[in-house]
Write a protein that binds this ligand. Structure first.
Ligand code: PEP
Length: 247
């Protein structure tokens, strides 16, 4: 069986002192976690994280990666740069980037490709808005988002991680029920299975107000392989309880 993956998404939060306290508490509390644990931190803190995690099992992730290799792209951060800081994961296509930065399915697919080309595991986010769910379009939307990534990356998609993040559940305190999440995970699993014979390697995480109280029931679903955790990853005690629930 695959190890579960619990990845924190700090979003645009943190400062040097708070990061240090949080990471030290995580390292102390994690022990021999049964799952893989990562924190996806703002880019300026990657060097700090690399030093703090040194020799530990805590993995580092970025929150985005450029589709370009290098060059005149002011403000962008390349996969090669991330690699230099020991980054293992990069979130790609988070709904906040789709919504506030106009990221399209095609761009998300390109970013996935660039990350893979440089040995960074993209955590590819898909998910429907509340309006889309209420219009009965959940399946159509997540399949369309996934199809773009599959189309551009072919058999290489066996190396990605997928995060199903219903937009209406992100940062709202409204979590998908385990059954709602499982239903979408199962259809994503089937779509990935049709695209690659190595789909069993792909972890499908759930994200959207996962917390210490609901993690165990979500993580017990057959097609939920871990979590992408926003708000609750900023509190060591909460994040550690989610990590403990992932076995
Ligand atoms: C996220 O930002 O990916 C997320 C799931 O946030 P939250 O856990 O706060 O809903």
């Amino acid at each position: 069986m695959k190890k579960k993956l619990i990845a924190g998404n700090w979003k645009m939060n943190g400062n040097l002192a708070a990061n240090e306290a949080l990471v030290r508490a995580l390292l102390e509390g994690m022990g021999d976690a049964a799952c893989t644990v990562a924190v996806c931190v703002p880019a300026p803190y990657l060097a700090q994280l690399r030093a703090l995690r040194s020799g530990s099992a805590l993995e580092i992730g970025a929150q985005d990666v450029s589709q370009h290799e290098q060059g005149a792209y002011t403000g962008e951060i390349s996969a090669l740069m991330l690699k230099e800081f020991g980054v293992r994961y990069a979130i790609v296509g988070h709904s906040e980037r789709r919504q506030y930065h106009g990221e399209t399915d095609a761009l998300v697919a390109e970013k996935t490709k660039t990350a893979l080309a440089h040995g960074i595991t993209p955590i590819v986010c898909v998910g429907e808005t509340l309006a889309e769910r209420e219009a009965g379009k959940t399946e159509e939307v997540v399949k369309r988002q996934m199809a773009a990534v599959i189309h551009t990356n072919g058999h290489c998609i066996s190396e990605i991680v997928v995060a199903y993040e219903p937009v209406w559940a992100i940062g709202t305190g409204k979590t998908a029920t385990p059954e709602q999440a499982q239903q979408v995970h199962a259809l994503l699993r089937a779509q990935l299975h049709a695209a690659t014979s190595h789909s069993d390697r792909i972890s499908i995480l759930y994200g959207g107000s996962m917390n210490a109280a609901n993690a165990a029931s979500l993580l017990s679903q057959p097609d939920i392989d871990g979590g992408l955790v926003g708000g609750a990853s900023l509190k060591a005690a909460d994040f550690l309880q989610i990590i403990a629930a992932a076995r």
